[in-house]
Write a protein that binds this ligand. Structure first.
Ligand SMILES: [Zn+2]
Length: 483
């Protein structure tokens, strides 16, 4: 009886822990999926993929990639990243309106480094098909393809996916043929290369080294969440320098998904996104490798809680994922986050922040509430308040050329209008007029502004006869009379 009681307590403790945080599917050892029989239908040839409700056999996959390259030679070309241990191809399709244009920013999608997480595999194939067939008719896809080199590797671990043979994804495994988790096998930030670097990853490292990817994502399954870097640190230990940008991007991606479904992307956090290390710290992941070693912003997209969906479910997932998959590519043109905030929201509000490309113009507008007026801006790095400076720019609205993530704070002050009632006499500083000049006796230097009775700023050293209003620093405005 006593033993039983202990067991019950342990089970309760375990349930409480898992209620707080769902176990990361990347955890080792992985959570096995229940062996429920799923309706997994395979496409034995390209034509059977027409409804996108099947998984391709390995042969169908290779044929699809080759078919696109043959059908759209002006828009795409097939590249071989390398081969797996068992000799299967690791392929990438490169898509661009002008393939010869080497100035296009380079984007990279890669899926299914864990061979049993196959939803992303089919999503990537359908994305290729959508971009190629939408080019010329869909203005958004056309613009994306014309302005971006989009490289898509639908299957990073073919031996894991086709462990049971080339004709089925049933029995797929997470690992490669050496039973190594490829997403623990990349060089770690601040660390050394793994001793057993796998053939698939060596090929991928060589491939990404031959490109200049600026934005990328790798697709997984087992949860539904956008997992932004770092994976090897918690955000308290070492936040990613673009954490604020990541949060804004993830929020947009998840918000879009949630406009198409209410039942997804809420199993890890209600927001649908999280810093990877805050969920579960791992080392040797590809996301951190890309961010740290290639200065490429890579996101981990966990796109389906069920790793092996029944194949009839694939169009359902495409329906709610497709918009964010395309929108994420477009983020390569909006790599900077301008954040705006009010130093005191009770005094005024500010707008004009958002995501911008390099050199884009952000127009910041500060709006004072009744009884207050805009004073000035301060700015700083979005993630580092210590860098914030008073930049003394008092323009409003203010146009800013965006080149990095920046935080602008609008400051407001009480609007003691210079033409209003007589100001109260302050004890300090001492302000008076002598020989037509305003004299201020104050501790230390302070900014002094003088206004005439109409509220116009006066810069004359010697004032003509009349009533003037003097503002020293942030002190109350004082009236002086020149006789
Ligand atoms: Zn995974």
């Amino acid at each position: 009886m006593k033993r039983l009681l202990v067991l019950v307590l342990l089970l309760t403790a375990g349930a409480m822990a898992s209620a707080q945080f769902k176990l990361r599917p990347d955890a080792f050892p992985p959570e096995p999926e229940p062996l429920a029989v799923k309706a997994v239908t395979m496409a034995a040839d390209v034509s059977q993929m027409a409804q996108w409700d099947r998984y391709p056999t390995y042969g169908t996959y290779v044929a699809m990639m080759q078919q696109w390259a043959a059908d759209f030679p002006a828009l795409c070309r097939l590249d071989t990243i390398g081969t797996s241990i068992q000799g299967r191809l690791i392929l990438s399709l490169e898509i661009a309106g002008n393939l010869a244009d080497t100035t296009l920013p380079e984007f990279f999608y890669s899926s299914t480094i864990h061979g049993d997480e196959v939803t992303g595999y089919v999503m990537m194939l359908r994305l290729i098909d959508t971009l190629l067939h939408g080019y010329g008719s869909n203005p958004f896809y056309t613009r994306l393809v014309n302005t971006t080199r989009i490289c898509i590797n639908p299957l990073a671990n073919p031996d894991g996916t086709y462990r049971s043979g080339d004709n089925t994804v049933q029995g797929a495994q997470r690992y490669n043929a050496n039973y190594v988790d490829l997403n623990r096998n990349y060089p770690n930030p601040f660390g050394s290369s793994p001793a057993n670097l796998q053939q698939e990853n060596a090929a991928m490292i060589s491939y990404v080294g031959s490109h200049q990817f600026r934005l990328s994502a790798n697709l997984h399954g087992g949860s539904e969440v956008m997992n932004y870097p770092w994976d090897c640190f918690t955000s308290a230990q070492n936040p990613h320098p673009k954490s604020a940008w990541w949060q804004e991007v993830c929020k947009r991606l998840v918000d879009t998904i949630h406009t198409y479904t209410g039942d997804h992307f809420n199993d890890v956090t209600s927001e649908g996104y999280i810093a990877g290390g805050d969920w579960y710290v791992i080392t040797g992941g590809r996301q951190d490798y890309m961010n740290y070693y290639h200065n490429c912003l890579e996101l981990t997209m966990e796109v389906s809680t069920t790793k092996l969906l029944g194949s009839s479910q694939l169009p359902v997932y495409w329906n709610f994922l497709q918009h964010s998959l395309v929108n994420y590519i477009d983020m390569i043109h909006h790599l900077n986050l301008v954040s705006v905030t009010s130093a005191d929201p009770s005094m005024g509000t500010v707008e004009g922040g958002g995501l911008f490309g390099n050199g884009d113009t952000a127009v910041l507008v500060a709006t004072a509430k009744s009884g207050y007026r805009f004073s000035h801006w301060s700015n700083g790095a979005a993630d580092n308040p210590l860098l914030a400076t008073v930049d003394e720019d008092t323009l409003n609205p203010r146009a800013v050329a965006v080149m990095s993530d920046t935080l602008f704070t609008a400051h407001f002050v009480p609007d003691t209008a210079v033409h209003s009632a007589i100001c109260p006499v302050a004890e300090s500083p001492k302000i008076y007029v002598r020989d037509g000049r305003v004299v201020v006796e104050a501790d230390g230097w302070q900014q002094m502004d003088v206004y005439d009775a109409m509220g116009r700023q006066v810069t004359d050293a010697v004032l003509r006869r009349g009533v003037y209003f003097v503002k020293v620093g942030e002190c109350p405005i004082r009236k002086v009379v020149v006789l």
